[in-house]
Design a protein around this ligand. Structure first.
Ligand code: SAM
Length: 260
């Protein structure tokens, strides 16, 4: 699979930072000493956790070597970064104060198993907080993928590359039930951001480095180019450029579970 590109990801750093900040702002845990950021990306946002919990050892985990390489350049005695699969990460019982997974769980399968295991890792007073694009969100490339030219190619290929073909993201009430059953008090909400993006084809550029990758990776280079051209066209129609920029509505689900 083509690698994650920290530079491409950071192009819209401010827009991507906001949900992280709004998620972390709702975490009630004070005085944390063990914090984990799963799917930490280039580590920029992980570093902000050190300001919030100055006594904590903060571990960022990401499955992309490029992201971990970028994150490791951030020097701080509080921060440590490690290559790893969030889907395989299991904390010891009661060993963690804060678990954050911002915009990463949509890439990880089987939330029904994973989240109770993470919740069990929380110490008393600890919090598990994550944010994902809502399950039904398709910015447009899902629609293009369903066209007669692409459905036969992408259907099988996407299944073969794994869980991301069908989103693993659940509906909000399912998360509330899941974490409630794990003994957490849950605060969940949805927000649609109306990002105003500058430049040419900014919606295509936004997703090129994230949600579009599994589609492009599943195709031959020639097909990927043709598919990308169709997606670019579809996104231009859905999100027209206006004098002030291009509006990208982005609905996101936030879930914060706290162990009293
Ligand atoms: C959209 S970025 C979010 C980065 C960061 N959390 C932030 O808020 O800026 C998604 C990140 O999830 C990582 N990722 C995807 N699948 C993963 C997995 N199974 N385990 C760990 N990280 C994963 C990607 O490498 C990428 O860095």
């Amino acid at each position: 699979m083509a690698s994650w590109d920290p530079q491409q990801y950071n192009r819209f750093a401010e827009e991507r930072a906001r949900p992280f900040r709004e998620l972390v702002a709702r975490i009630p845990t004070t005085g944390a000493v063990a914090v984990v950021d799963l799917g930490c990306g280039p580590g920029t946002m992980t570093a902000t956790l050190a300001e919030r919990w100055p006594d904590a050892a903060i571990l960022g985990i990401d499955s992309s070597p490029q992201m971990i390489a970028a994150a490791t350049e951030l020097q701080s005695p509080q921060l440590r970064f490690q290559l790893g699969d969030a889907g395989q990460w299991r904390p010891q019982r009661g060993s963690v104060d804060v678990i954050v997974a911002n915009a990463s769980l949509q890439w990880v399968d089987d939330h029904e198993t994973l989240l109770p295991a993470w919740a069990a890792g929380l110490d008393d007073g600890g919090t598990l907080a994550f944010q994902v694009p809502i399950a039904s969100y398709d910015p447009g490339f899902g629609q293009v993928a369903g066209r007669p030219r692409w459905a036969p190619l992408l259907g099988g290929a996407l299944e073969a590359i794994g869980p991301r073909s069908a989103t693993p993201v659940l509906e909000a009430p399912e998360y509330v039930r899941l974490l409630g059953a794990a003994g957490l008090t849950v605060d969940a909400w949805e927000t649609t951001y109306y990002h105003v993006l500058p430049g040419d084809d900014p919606v295509f550029e936004w997703f090129k480095g994230t949600g579009l990758r599994p589609y492009l990776d599943a195709l031959s280079p020639d097909d990927a180019e043709a598919f990308a051209a169709e997606v670019r066209e579809e996104l231009r129609i859905r999100y027209p450029r206006e004098p002030f920029g291009t509006i990208l509505p982005f609905p996101r689900l936030f879930v914060v579970g706290h162990r009293a």
